[in-house]
Design a protein around this ligand. Structure first.
Ligand code: ADP
Ligand code: S3P
Ligand code: MG
Length: 197
């Protein structure tokens, strides 16, 4: 007997995976935007390996990010971050979540531009603050007024994050919803071949 059931339409994950092809997907954006959490879930939906650059830096240096900042300062951390990201971009495809400063560094940004699709998870100050004030592992926020520091970083960095290929709004919404929006945005960007926001 012939099976007359119509073929199922490809799922959103499958369409996004096909659209991405051999390219890496690189999450950028400010601390608390959800790069690590949403990046990991997106990788799982795409069936791709996931790497968080902060975790990779901690693994190779056998130090925490806070220890690295304290022992060697931010500029040494950035050197290490650039080297790690360059290596990760060389093979793929994979999903890479960067630390908030990575895309701001010109050298690292050029590497990301060459090696993958950059996706800015954009969020309002209050959303970011709600998320980051629960933990204290971010050395840049160990200041007198961390919320003000975060706002200053927003003002400095948002024009640069705006150079990313794709922008998705991270907000007070379930992570699964944001992941679906990320997948939709990838399909849209890859099929239309232009900046998406
Ligand atoms: N859509 C979301 N809803 C609720 N919590 C979120 C959402 N996205 C991220 N988070 C939480 O916010 C915190 C910061 O997220 P994280 O992925 O570490 O951000 P980043 O890597 O951009 O600094 C984590 O506890 C994470 O689980
Ligand atoms: O914004 C930044 O410069 C940083 C963000 C952090 O990562 P998350 O954005 O994942 O918190 C981490 O790389 C380091 O503390 C510096
Ligand atoms: Mg992170």
């Amino acid at each position: 007997m012939t099976d007359l059931t119509p073929p199922l339409a490809p799922s959103l994950s499958a369409r996004a995976r096909a659209a991405l092809g051999r390219r890496n997907l690189v999450f950028v954006g400010l601390m608390g935007a959800g790069k690590s959490a949403i990046g990991r879930m997106t990788a799982s939906q795409l069936g791709l390996p996931f790497v968080d650059t902060d975790a990779e830096i901690e693994r190779v240096s056998r130090m925490t990010i806070s220890e690295l900042f304290a022992a060697y300062g931010e500029s040494e951390f950035r050197e290490l971050e650039t080297r790690v990201i360059k290596r990760l971009l060389r093979t793929g495809p994979r999903v890479i979540s960067t630390g908030g400063g990575a895309f701001i560094n010109e050298k690292t940004r050029r590497q990301i531009e060459r090696g993958g699709i950059s996706l800015w998870l954009k969020a309002d100050l209050d959303v970011l603050w709600e998320r980051v004030n629960k933990r204290d592992h971010r050395p840049l926020l160990k200041t007198e007024n961390p919320k003000q520091t975060l706002e200053n970083l927003m003002n400095q960095r948002y024009p640069v994050y705006g150079l990313a290929d794709v922008t998705v709004q991270s907000r007070d919404e379930r992570k699964e919803v944001i992941v679906d929006e990320v997948l939709e945005a990838i399909v849209e960007y890859c099929t239309k071949g232009r900046k998406y926001d």
